[in-house]
Design a protein around this ligand. Structure first.
Ligand code: 13P
Length: 245
């Protein structure tokens, strides 16, 4: 497949999965990618507990590390939270913010997400800002309006192609095995593109698997994938990366 500009990004979001036993998959992935020239960037966002342990495993590879969330403040009395500065300190180059699971489980609003994205930028991290409609929104024909509202509310001033990635993840496609049609993906990504820098990467996420990756990644304005379940096994994740072989 011809390489699209900007350089695509395939990022694995391990979510709340992974213990030291998962280092085996990280080692497998590193072994498979060592010395391989890739047409996409590759990133793994492990749980925060594993970032420092995985870092040496990825040494000598082009696999980057990212966090799954950050607090808006740099430090302070926020028990259980992690700041963007802390993620940068342990070797992350990016952080996911506004994932629908954070929006649902922790009541994060567009404003919270924007503050987190600003924190990422302050710490020199790429903010991977997630947006996406629910099934009810889609059934009511509200998808593009919801996407537009989330973009306007979550993307901070100063966001550019170098410091920000948008991840379109339809909530109903996450972990369900369901995916929008390529026409539906193209429609949403085209709409996002009208509101972003032409070089800003727009990832698709939601049930991306080796079997559907090539088709989804070939859609216009899809500049990579944010992968959940299929990023947990090196063989599956490689199968997705191969969409850019
Ligand atoms: P799945 O790939 O498991 O559907 O998860 C997608 C996701 O939420 C990535 O952030």
């Amino acid at each position: 497949m011809a390489q699209k500009s900007p350089k695509p990004l395939v990022a694995g979001n391990w979510k709340m999965n992974g213990t030291t036993a998962s280092l085996r998959e990280a080692r497998l992935l590193a072994g498979m990618l060592k010395g391989v020239r890739l047409k996409c960037e590759v990133m793994i966002c492990p749980p925060a507990t594993l970032i420092s342990t995985i870092k040496p495993v990825f040494k000598g590879t082009r696999i980057r590390l990212g966090g799954q969330d950050c607090h808006g403040q740099a430090n302070g009395a926020h028990t259980g939270d992690i700041s963007a500065e802390m993620l940068a300190d342990v070797g992350c180059g990016a952080v996911i913010v506004g994932h629908s699971e954070r929006r649902t489980d922790h009541g994060e609003t567009d404003e919270t997400v924007r503050m987190k994205a600003e924190a990422a930028h302050r710490a020199g991290l790429i903010a991977i800002i997630c947006i996406g409609e629910t099934l009810a929104h889609r059934k009511n024909g509200e998808t593009l309006a919801v996407i537009s509202r989330q973009l306007a509310g979550s993307v901070p001033e100063g966001a550019n192609a170098a410091n920000t990635v948008i991840a379109y993840e339809p909530v109903w496609a996450i972990g369900t095995g369901l995916t929008p049609t390529t026409v539906e993906v193209a429609e949403v990504h085209a709409s996002i593109r009208t509101k972003t820098d032409p070089d800003m990467r727009i990832l698709y996420g939601g049930s991306v698997k080796p079997a559907n990756a090539a088709e989804l990644m070939a859609v216009t304005n899809v500049n990579g994938a944010l992968v959940g379940g299929a990023s947990l096994k090196a063989a599956d994740f490689i199968g997705i990366i191969k969409a850019y072989a």
